[in-house]
Design a protein around this ligand. Structure first.
Ligand code: SF4
Length: 235
C-alpha cells in the first residue's frame, strides 16, 4: 500500500487522462482497491463534490464521505446534503463537528472569530477536525482542480500531503469548470442552488459571498480578508 512514510521509495501509479472522465474513474478505482476502507472523501458538497460523489458511487457504493460541519454553513448546503443522501442511500455520509460548539468558541475566543482571525477559526472548525478524521486512515480524496487557482496548478492525481502526513488523491485535476457542469447536467445530479445565484465556490456563510471576479471562481471566499484557502490544502 502506498503510504505517507513510504512515499520516497514506493512506485507511484500513473493514469491516462485522455478518456471520458479525464482519468478520474481510473484514479478512484485504484484508490479504493489500494486503500479499501482506509480512505475517506472530505467533501464540501460544492458542485465538484457532487461529481466526485457520483463517480465514487460507481466504484465504491458504500464509501465514507466526510463533511466538515463547522455549524456555519448555508441552509442550502445542508439541503444539498439531504438530497445527496436520498440519491445515494448506501454512501456513509459523516457530519464531522469541531470539538468546540459555537458558544464555546465564543466564550474562549470572542464573538465572530471569523471576522477577526479567520485563520484561527478555520483551524478550530476545519483543520483540526480533518486531522482527527485522517488519524484513522491512510489516504483522503479531495476535489481540487488545477484550474481553480494558481496555488492548485501543480496538484497531481496522487500527492504526498505533508500537512496531514497522508496521501491525498485528487481525481479531478484535469477537469474544467465547464466539464464539471456538463457532467452534472448530463446525469441530472442535484446541486447547491447557491451556484445559480452567483456563488461558484461555497464555504461557510459568514465567509462566502457571490464571486466578484468572473475569472476567479474563488473570489467570493473571504473577500477583503487577504485569505484564499481554509488551510486544508496548505503545507
Ligand atoms: Fe470560520 Fe469562515 Fe473558516 Fe468557516 S470559513 S471555519 S466561518 S473562518
Amino acid at each position: 500500500m502506498l503510504t505517507y512514510d513510504q512515499w520516497e521509495t514506493a512506485e507511484k501509479p500513473s493514469f491516462p487522462s485522455d478518456n471520458e472522465t479525464k482519468g478520474a474513474l481510473d484514479v478512484l478505482a485504484w484508490a479504493y482497491r489500494e486503500y479499501g476502507d482506509e480512505i475517506v472523501y472530505a467533501c464540501s458538497f460544492g458542485v465538484e463534490g457532487i461529481v466526485l460523489i457520483d463517480l465514487i458511487s460507481q466504484v465504491k457504493p458504500d464509501a465514507e464521505i466526510v463533511f466538515l460541519d463547522t455549524g456555519l454553513h448555508f441552509q442550502e448546503t445542508y439541503d444539498t446534503i439531504a438530497k445527496v443522501k436520498e440519491k445515494y442511500p448506501s454512501l456513509r455520509i459523516v457530519m464531522k463537528q469541531p470539538r468546540l460548539t459555537l458558544e464555546e468558541q465564543k466564550a474562549q475566543f470572542g464573538d465572530e472569530l471569523w471576522k477577526r482571525d479567520p485563520n484561527k477559526c478555520c483551524e478550530l472548525r476545519k483543520v483540526i477536525p480533518l486531522r482527527e478524521v485522517l488519524t484513522g486512515v491512510t489516504a483522503w480524496i479531495s476535489g481540487l482542480r488545477r484550474e481553480q487557482s494558481p496555488t492548485r496548478r501543480h496538484v497531481e492525481y496522487i500527492n504526498k500531503d505533508d500537512k496531514f502526513r497522508s496521501i491525498k488523491v485528487c481525481p479531478l485535476i484535469h477537469w474544467t469548470w465547464k466539464d464539471v457542469w456538463n457532467y452534472v447536467y448530463k446525469h441530472g445530479l442535484p446541486y447547491n442552488v447557491l451556484h445559480d445565484r452567483g456563488y461558484p465556490s461555497i464555504g461557510c456563510a459568514p465567509c462566502t459571498a457571490p464571486a466578484t471576479d468572473p475569472n476567479d471562481l474563488r473570489s467570493g471566499r473571504w473577500a477583503g480578508q487577504g485569505k484564499t484557502e481554509c488551510g486544508l490544502h496548505l503545507a
